[in-house]
Design a protein around this ligand. Structure first.
Ligand SMILES: NC(=O)C1=CN([C@@H]2O[C@H](COP(=O)(O)OP(=O)(O)OC[C@H]3O[C@@H](n4cnc5c(N)ncnc54)[C@H](O)[C@@H]3O)[C@@H](O)[C@H]2O)C=CC1
Ligand SMILES: N[C@@H](CC=O)C(=O)O
Ligand code: NA
Length: 816
């Protein structure tokens, strides 16, 4: 036989009670089950509140009417009028008794624990009487059992301890007489030797089910609740948490010890001792398999089973020379705390024995310090012990699972996920069972930490990158389109989801923690955006405190650069196509790299050189593998490349520049390309990446423009000057064409000298054959000595640049 227990939500409404009846019907086929019921959801809390009101002399009559109505409404909806009378009468008697009790408390202004237990017992009595009557319609002879008479306890009202032997005897005898009927038993309530009603404390109805199951050697306990079983993490905190199919008893205990709300583990001990499997099922999704908790679980591929947490704890730190080598110190400490009923959540001790740290509930911290100070008064006076220090507003996070025992690297993974997301760990404890590793961290980081750790361990699940983007221009908007178009691909092939949580341009900014819909970001930003403010943008991004964050700079502005370092130092990776940062002072360039390294996050800027072409990465790989660079030769201005590739025959120079701008090859201000600044930045960044400590002024630039063009005050004037200087460009072209050569603007790095100059090259030169916005770079190194390593392809344009930014973002995802 099975014991079925239904929680408050399962007896909370007409709908759920109808489902309950269906479930019992199905389970009945394998023999009559024992059905244990909780009070209707919310009723126990309300009864507690009513008792407190009565004690204070306040009016509780509305609450009483409310409880009565909830029960009567269900009865009227589920039973025909002709069948309602007996159960309405029964409940009416209960409500009268309850009213008398509350009136007595009201008169006396006194509420003992014993009286409170009696008042609370009406919750289970009413719900169970009600459901058993309704069930009678479906299973003839179903029986309402006031279980308080069968479970015998001591007199610790509020949380009484069961007399197992006597209880089992009473239950077995009762069952033997009634096993031909479906029994509906009140959960939670019991009685002492004087037959006064007691309650079983937290999780009491589960306990009732376990006690009955143990007494009757049930084949299974089903706990029917409103979730799909025990989850890998608290679903309110981790949206990707999922239900676990199987858990061992130990895992279930460890997982729910830290706050999982589904079952309260001590209540399961009777089932655990008799190896009775427990199944957690969802009344609102009865077809779902739920979670099996049993002894012999099948081997699982999951590295851990779940993450549990306690939202708020305090830690107390004790240190001092008096503790070193003193046997009995911790014995004294912990027996003191246990004597005073202070529950220790976790303990760590340094191997030097110089300090000991333990965690307690916040409400116990001050009392614990007081007790310790008194107990160790002499040691404190003699300075052998320092005053205990308390730290508040902390949380505990624990990873749980039996597989951890056999798998090295579990703590490495845990701490990588935490470290990478800037979560500082205050204390660590690993149970010697190795079923559990617990860490203490700042409370404000808990949600981020649980999510990051969940992603790290359940890597089969999609990882999420939370992205904050500056710039919605040429590159920014193309990136959004690519992200939108590629989202199904990423999902399927990379198990990766990129959410744009924040975006800003120079006018507006907008945030959405669920991710901004990229098919209508423009409407959203214009319709809901607030005035842009870079400082606020960065502040808000940090305040979200999300895991796996990336800050993307798609502007051509100086303004965001000042924030890079602070962003990296907040453990947020930076991806940028904006070259201004890396081509500023050498000190600034180095500080980005150092900060990223120090905080274990990424700083990616592939598109700073050659747009999406793998140039930065190639150089990095050469350097990392110990190759020695002897020379770089490159064309790295897509704009100028395009101009010279098209400046042929009748074509006009100014018109081609305009075309390059229209095609999105130029910088927002095309003068930055034609005056060589953009190319200079790229050569400087490459030289720095190659290990040369250079400043911008060290790059020698030969201009391709006449002076008047260089000094144009506006872009319009610039174009006018280009037109005026037509003759100059025509002469250049004629000279090149006349000698069978082409114009090339080439940058070189050799012997620590960087120089960019205009050259005319013939067809024997490797840079002769280029088209469109092609960039080309050749690396001559110790390994690539005779024939250089060459990278060539389109080096400008929104599509290829956004693709490069995209790839950098994904690479952040891969290094998680
Ligand atoms: N066009 C290309 O082929 C390549 C471009 N890049 C780089 O891409 C970057 C962006 O270029 P485009 O998209 O063409 O520029 P754009 O002028 O079209 O867009 C720039 C965007 O940045 C925004 N913005 C400017 N200041 C801002 C601030 N303080 N806060 C927030 N947003 C701000 C603007 O409102 C605009 O949305 C530049 O740094 C450029 O060097 C890099 C490689 C290739
Ligand atoms: N404006 C740049 C774009 C790439 O960085 C260029 O023309 O190369
Ligand atoms: Na590149």
């Amino acid at each position: 036989m099975k014991v079925l227990k239904f929680g408050g939500t399962s007896v909370g409404s007409v709908q759920s009670i109808s489902t309950l009846i269906e479930i019992v019907k199905q389970e009945k086929t394998g023999g009559n089950p024992v059905v244990v019921l909780s009070a209707m959801s919310g009723v126990t809390n309300l009864l507690t509140a009513m008792a407190a009101k009565a004690e204070q002399g306040e009016d509780y009559s509305d609450d009483l009417k409310h409880i009565e109505k909830r029960h009567f409404d269900v009865i009227k909806a589920l039973l025909p009028a002709s069948a309602q009378n007996p159960v309405l009468t029964r409940l009416k008697i209960y409500f009268n008794e309850l009213e008398d009790l509350l009136q007595a408390v009201f008169n006396l202004k006194e509420l003992s624990l014993q009286t409170r237990d009696l008042i609370l017992s009406y919750g289970e009595r009413c719900s169970t009487a009600m459901v058993s009557h309704i069930a009678n319609k479906h299973f003839e002879g179903s029986l309402f059992v006031d279980g308080s008479e069968l479970i015998k306890t001591n007199s610790d009202f509020g949380s009484a301890r069961v007399d197992t032997e006597l209880t089992e005897r009473l239950i077995t005898a009762f069952y033997r007489e009634h096993q031909d009927r479906v029994l509906f038993v009140t959960g939670f309530i019991a009685s002492n030797a004087q037959n006064r009603v007691t309650t079983l404390g937290r999780g009491g109805s589960d306990y009732t089910a376990a006690v009955w199951a143990a007494a009757l050697h049930a084949s299974e306990i089903q706990i029917w609740t409103d979730v799909n079983g025990m989850m890998t993490a608290d679903p309110r905190m981790v949206s990707k948490a999922f239900p676990l199919a199987e858990l061992s008893y130990t895992e279930a205990m460890e997982l729910s010890y830290f706050g999982a709300k589904v079952i309260y583990p001590p209540t399961m001990i009777p089932a655990f001792l008799k190896k009775i499997p427990i199944v957690i099922k969802n009344t609102f999704d009865p077809g779902f398999a739920g979670t099996f908790i049993k002894n012999d679980v099948r081997p699982s591929s999951l590295q851990i089973k779940g993450i549990s947490s306690i939202d708020q704890i305090s830690i107390i730190n004790l240190s001092g020379s008096g503790m070193v080598g003193k046997t009995g110190f911790s014995g004294r400490l912990f027996s003191l705390l246990s004597r005073e009923q202070i529950n220790i959540v976790l303990i760590t001790q340094s191997s030097s024995e110089h300090s000991i740290t333990f965690a307690v509930k916040p409400e116990d911290a001050v009392r614990a310090v007081g007790l310790i100070s008194k107990e160790f008064e002499l040691e404190l006076e003699a300075r052998k012990l320092d005053l205990p220090e308390v730290e508040n507003d902390l949380s505990v996070l624990a990873i749980v699972g039996e597989n951890m025992r056999h798998t090295p690297g579990m703590s490495g993974k845990l701490f990588h996920a935490l470290g990478r997301n800037g979560v500082n760990v205050r204390a660590i404890a690993q149970g010697s069972s190795e079923y559990n590793i617990s860490v203490i961290l700042t409370r404000g980081d808990l949600s981020k930490a649980v999510n990051a750790v969940h992603e790290a361990f359940f890597s089969d699940l999609k990882r999420t990158l939370n992205v904050f983007c500056l710039g919605t221009g040429n590159i920014g908007k193309t990136l959004f389109r690519q992200l939108r178009e590629q989202s199904p691909f990423l999902d399927k092939n990379n198990d990766l989801q990129v959410k744009v949580i924040g975006m800003a341009n120079s006018r507006l900014m907008h945030f959405d923690e669920q991710g901004i819909a990229l098919n209508k970001w423009e409407e959203v930003l214009t319709g809901h955006g607030e005035p842009a403010n870079l400082e606020q943008f960065v502040k808000r991004m940090k305040a979200f405190n999300l895991p796996n964050c990336v800050f993307v700079d798609n502007t051509a502005s100086e303004a965001p650069i000042a924030y890079y370092q602070g962003v990296l130092a907040s453990s947020i990776s930076v991806v940028t196509c904006n070259k201004i940062g890396n081509s500023g002072t050498l000190e600034q360039y180095s500080s980005f790299k150092d900060t990223a390294r120090r905080f274990g996050v990424d700083f990616f800027y592939e598109t700073n050189v050659g747009a999406g072409l793998p140039i930065i990465k190639t150089l990095k790989d050469l350097m990392l593998s110990g190759d020695k660079l002897s020379r770089i030769e490159a064309i790295l201005s897509g704009t100028i490349s395009f101009i010279f590739n098209n400046f042929k025959g009748e074509h006009d120079f100014a018109a081609i520049v305009r075309e390059a701008q229209e095609k999105g090859y130029t910088e927002p201000d095309p003068r930055d390309d034609l005056n060589g600044k953009d190319f200079m930045r790229k050569m400087l960044i490459l030289a720095r990446d190659a290990g040369y400590p250079m400043e911008a002024a060290d790059v020698q630039i030969e201009n391709i423009l006449p002076d008047s063009c260089l000094h144009a005050d506006t872009v319009a004037e610039f174009y006018e000057e280009l037109v005026k200087n037509r003759g100059y460009f025509e002469r250049l072209k004629a000279e090149a064409e006349g000698s069978g050569r082409v114009l090339r603007y080439i940058g070189k790095l050799e012997n620590g000298v960087v120089r960019i100059a205009l050259e005319m090259v013939n067809e024997s030169h490797p840079f002769y054959m280029l088209s469109g916005s092609d960039n080309i770079i050749s690396f001559t190194t110790e390994r690539y000595k005779d024939r250089p390593l060459v990278v060539k392809g389109p080096g400008a344009g929104a599509e290829v640049t956004a693709a490069g930014v995209f790839a950098d973002i994904i690479n952040v995802g891969h290094s998680l």
